[in-house]
Design a protein around this ligand. Structure first.
Ligand SMILES: NC(=O)c1ccc[n+]([C@@H]2O[C@H](COP(=O)([O-])OP(=O)(O)OC[C@H]3O[C@@H](n4cnc5c(N)ncnc54)[C@H](OP(=O)(O)O)[C@@H]3O)[C@@H](O)[C@H]2O)c1
Length: 324
């Protein structure tokens, strides 16, 4: 079977984690890395035994031996870097949020279709075994009909106005960075809401430091979603149904531990071990899709990412937060 040659664009924090996960993917090789500086690229390449190191993203995109590029730059560059790679004929896995708004996402999808290339948002939680297992539990009817979802994601970030989390020029803000996970789980399990009410605390740098959103569904369901950079919140998700509930424990977006509690009072802890750090699952999905000649993932189709970004746009629009 062919080996898929991966390239990584950007050498920041998440690129490091992804590189570790990729070592555990079958039929895949981490073949090249591109950075804004050659020195950074060489250092990153030496840490992960990567054969090619480029001092620009354009050179990475131009390497004829690279099949797919993982975009690991700050959100504001996702559209630009995705288009660069697609234009050069590469399949793309782009970090979340897919882009800054629905218009950019639409441009990316249009280009992928025009070039007949694979494209996917790197929403790694979608591919984790805990989430896949939860879908099976819900489908089995064990918790009955879902009535409510409570999901939060919060941590106390060291305040630095230049850091991408607080820096508006780099797409800072809790909704796009971590609030996307609660919005994702509500969309995955309940679909598009009929009504959204939200509010945000805007900090000194003009970005949303804390947000809260309620999704209401005409079929009687509600999701309560929060995110913050200002406190270490439980960061859990609880899915409550007519017959029981499922709790994703702390750091639920990378869950290894969930509890199923039924209305009869019984409770079961379910634990999972990842092969590596969890990023291997999304990378394996992309590798498998490419080997099968697919242009999008059946598990995370582009239509899902379009809905997700439209929800983020709607929420952000309710508090008039606009990026350049
Ligand atoms: N899936 C997850 O679990 C997860 C976790 C964290 C972050 N993310 C996402 O991944 C993306 C990157 O986050 P990160 O935490 O890795 O960021 P980071 O540590 O700041 O790294 C971003 C990298 O992007 C490149 N870059 C290009 N233009 C840049 C600019 N003007 N300023 C700063 N960096 C620039 C740099 O690589 P070079 O210097 O090598 O060019 C930099 O190292 C974000 O969109 C974030 O939402 C996802």
């Amino acid at each position: 079977m062919k080996t898929i040659h991966w390239g990584i664009l950007g050498t920041g924090r998440i690129a490091e984690k992804f590189a570790i996960g990729l070592q555990h993917v079958t039929n895949a090789q981490l073949y090249a890395v591109g950075s804004r500086t050659k020195e950074q690229a060489i250092q990153f390449a030496s840490r992960y035994n990567i054969p090619r190191a480029y001092g620009s993203y354009a050179e990475l995109a131009a390497d004829p031996n690279v099949d797919v590029i993982y975009i690991a730059s700050p959100h504001v560059f996702h559209a630009e870097h995705t288009l660069l790679c697609l234009e050069a004929g590469k399949a793309v896995l782009c970090e979340k949020p897919f882009a800054m708004n629905a218009r950019q996402v639409s441009d990316m999808i249009k280009k992928a279709k025009e070039k007949d290339l694979f494209l996917m948002e790197a929403l790694w939680t979608r591919f984790l075994p805990t989430v896949r297992h939860t879908e099976q539990l819900i489908a089995s009817g064990v918790i009955g009909d879902i009535i409510q979802i409570q999901s939060d994601f919060g941590f106390k970030a060291e305040y630095d106005p230049q850091w991408r989390l607080f820096n508006k020029q780099l797409g800072g803000g809790s909704l796009l960075d971590i609030g996307i996970y609660p919005v994702f789980i509500a969309l995955l399990l309940l679909g598009m809401p009929d009504e959204i009410v939200s509010s945000a605390v805007i900090g000194k740098t003009g970005i949303d430091e804390s947000i809260g959103a309620i999704f209401k569904y005409n079929n009687g369901k509600i999701a309560s979603l929060t995110s913050t950079f200002m406190a270490n919140t439980p960061t859990e998700t609880i899915i409550s149904g007519t017959e029981g509930r499922i709790r994703f424990h702390r750091m639920w977006h990378m869950p290894t531990f969930l509890t199923l509690t039924k209305n009869d009072g019984t409770s079961e802890d379910i634990r999972f071990n990842y092969a590596a750090n969890g990023y291997e699952y999304e990378a394996q999905e992309v590798t498998n899709c490419l080997l099968q000649g697919l242009k999008e993932s059946p598990l995370l189709p582009l239509s899902f990412s379009e809905k997700l970004i439209s929800l983020l746009d709607t929420i952000r629009g309710q508090w008039n937060l606009e990026y350049d």
